[in-house]
Design a protein around this ligand. Structure first.
Ligand code: ATP
Ligand code: MG
Length: 600
């Protein structure tokens, strides 16, 4: 069997799963973010796929397969070619037509349904596929966790009404719980932002572990869990001034624009600064509208007169806080991004770094102030004048905390010390293995997935979409299950359930006993691997620990002479002696008991 284990830790591998997948001979790198799955790796992936497929089918979803290579024009119609930007692989065919390698497949599934579904009587329907996805990730890393080509299970539900959508969503949510349980993963379900997918609700399934790139924010009692993009924080209590605050005072701060520099110069703390950032309507949004207009007009040249007007926003957060752009997008009601320097100069009449809220409300479309700024007794801020700041600024006295274009909201990232509904927020790292979204009508409207209601009127389908990263499940299982010697697999996704190791393969009796047990296990439907290499026991045990098969049956000269073999769980250090004639039954019993623990 082709199991090329290696001792050396690959130089570019940072996480346990990346190191071990290479060392245990599960994968080999082809290029940045692309991997070949070798026999052990592919066996495990197939086991994950089988679990996912079984639970999806059980939920009532139906499997299909759509092409990975899709016409870019479809993605232009929903505006997602610009959303994905450089993350989407594009290629031109010999006729000059542009295609994309699908990073997901909302467009193709929705177009399919648009062409086939006519009436509410054909709904609901949930279609899924298990297929390669392509994303030109800015930073492919951690092996199977963030690669550029990976296998995803993606499902799309179509319903006639919101109650139906809730039901379809719940069915997927429940199926996901069963899938991750069966794969042996500990997971946390967190509220998530639907972000660029556009929609009204979303949950992420996250495996808590140190090497995760996501941050889970939760309360100790388990009543709240969200990802960092989503996590709401309680407003801070209003600070009381210790003395009467003198009037504002302009101070000369030559060439000092950053928060740190101002703090050092004025001997103040970041938390006493009011950071003012100028944002404007996202330029990609404007480009998207142009694309959508073009698509509507059949790609014919068409002069688009009614362009998305750009709006400017002044965003105020405390100097030690960071703007959460997901929250900001929701408060603003549109996608926004940091304004270009020339726009900032125009709005503030100053160089970048000296923006402040004084007399700014009348110059911009909206001022969005974070709760924490509104709660400040006094602060330092930019003077809207190059090289100047202002001290003794009192929110409400020196700039408005109410008014037509003033909004006070939660627009920052949660931090250590913050609370949610009065309960302390805690933080931990996690790997996102799956996500479910309520999409609503974003795609069905744009791609014409409509149906006739019982009253004869036409309506767009209500959609949901549901993704699972197959490769990430494997990597997460290894992140959770490993020690210094190698992988410790959950039995459900291990490449084999049992490993029979003959320690003295050159001894005829030993070789025979090992072979017999191996065959009996095979006959009983156990997924078993026989290590009959003529090698030193130490080498074989090292490999066995590295590849991490859950149960090892060791057949050695000494114990065979006593009429025994040794059976050991990979996750335990003690082995037990079992009479040769009972070895097969005992092993089967252990396989079943390990499987039982993972039953959903
Ligand atoms: P991330 O935030 O980690 O980039 P995502 O939220 O963009 O992921 P989705 O669009 O929700 O990913 O895709 C569904 C699932 O596909 C994810 O939950 C994840 O398990 C998996 N996935 C996404 N990107 C990758 C990748 N580059 N490599 C491996 N798996 C991935
Ligand atoms: Mg996601």
């Amino acid at each position: 069997m082709f199991i090329p284990t290696v001792k050396e830790i690959p130089a570019d591998a940072e996480t346990a799963s990346h190191k071990l997948m290479i060392r245990a001979g599960l994968i080999r790198k082809v290029a940045s973010g692309t991997y070949t799955y070798l026999p052990l790796g592919w066996r495990s992936l197939l086991k994950v796929i089988a679990i996912v497929r079984e639970e999806m089918n059980k939920s009532g979803a139906q499997e299909i397969l759509v092409p990975s290579m899709q016409p870019k024009e479809l993605w232009d119609r929903t505006g997602r070619s610009t959303d994905y930007g450089p993350t989407m692989f594009c290629l031109e065919d010999r006729h000059g037509r542009m295609n994309v390698l699908g990073p997901t497949a909302e467009e193709v599934f929705t177009t399919l349904v648009a062409g086939e579904i006519k009436s509410y009587k054909q709904l609901p329907i949930n279609l899924y596929q298990i297929s390669p996805k392509f994303r030109d990730e800015f930073r492919p890393r951690f092996g199977a966790i963030r690669s550029r080509e990976f296998i995803m299970k993606d499902a799309y539900s179509f319903d006639a009404d919101p109650v139906g959508l809730d039901k379809s969503y719940k069915a997927m949510y429940d199926a996901y719980c069963r899938i991750f349980k069966r794969c042996g993963l500990e997971y946390v379900i967190v509220e998530a932002e639907s972000g660029e997918m556009g929609g009204s609700g979303s949950h992420q399934f996250t495996v808590p572990c140190e090497s995760g790139e996501d941050t889970i924010v939760y309360t100790e009692d388990g009543s709240y869990a969200a990802n960092l993009e989503r996590a709401d924080v309680d407003p801070l209590p209003k600070e009381k001034a210790t003395a009467k605050i003198p009037p504002m005072e302009e101070v000369h701060t030559p060439n000092i624009g950053s928060i740190e520099a101002v703090c050092t110069f004025l001997k103040t703390r970041p938390k006493d600064m009011i950071k003012t950032l100028i944002y404007s309507t996202s330029r990609t949004d404007i480009v998207k509208e142009i694309h959508a207009e073009k698509a509507k007009h059949d790609g014919r040249r068409h002069i688009i007169s009614k362009l998305h007007p750009e709006r400017d926003y002044a965003i105020l957060v405390r100097g030690d806080h960071d703007v959460n752009e997901e929250k900001l997008r929701i408060v603003a009601g549109e996608s926004v991004e940091l304004a270009e320097p020339e726009e900032i100069r125009f709005v503030t009449s100053a160089e970048v770094g000296f923006a402040g809220p004084i007399n700014l409300a009348e110059k911009i479309d909206k001022m969005i102030i974070d709760h924490a700024v509104a709660a400040m007794a006094v602060g330092v801020t930019g003077a809207n004048k190059t090289d100047y700041h202002i001290k003794n600024v009192v929110p409400g006295r020196d700039f408005p905390l109410e008014g037509d274009n003033v909004i006070i909201e939660d627009i920052r990232y949660a931090l250590e010390g913050d609370k949610h509904n009065g309960k302390k927020l805690l933080f931990k790292k996690g790997i996102e293995v799956g996500q479910v979204f309520k999409l609503g009508t974003k795609y069905s409207k744009k791609l014409g997935a409509k149906f006739l209601r019982p009253d004869g009127r036409e309506a767009p389908c209500l959609m949901g979409c549901y993704g699972i990263g197959i490769n990430r499940i494997l990597a997460s299982a290894i992140e959770l299950g490993n020690d210094d010697n190698g992988i410790i697999w959950p039995i459900s996704v291990a490449p084999f359930e049992v490993l029979v190791t003959s320690v003295n393969q050159d001894d005829e009796k030993v070789a025979q006993v090992a072979e017999d047990i191996y065959k009996q296990l095979l006959d009983n439907g156990v997924d078993v691997l026989l290590d009959d290499r003529v090698l030193r026991g130490g080498v074989k045990f090292k490999d066995a620990d590295l590849i991490g098969i859950p149960i090892r049956v060791t057949v050695g000269k000494k114990s065979v002479a006593e009429g025994n073999v040794e059976i050991k769980l990979r996750c335990e250090s003690q082995s037990q002696k079992v009479p040769i004639e009972k070895a097969t039954d005992k092993t089967i019993e252990m396989v079943n008991s390990l499987k039982e623990q993972l039953k959903a």
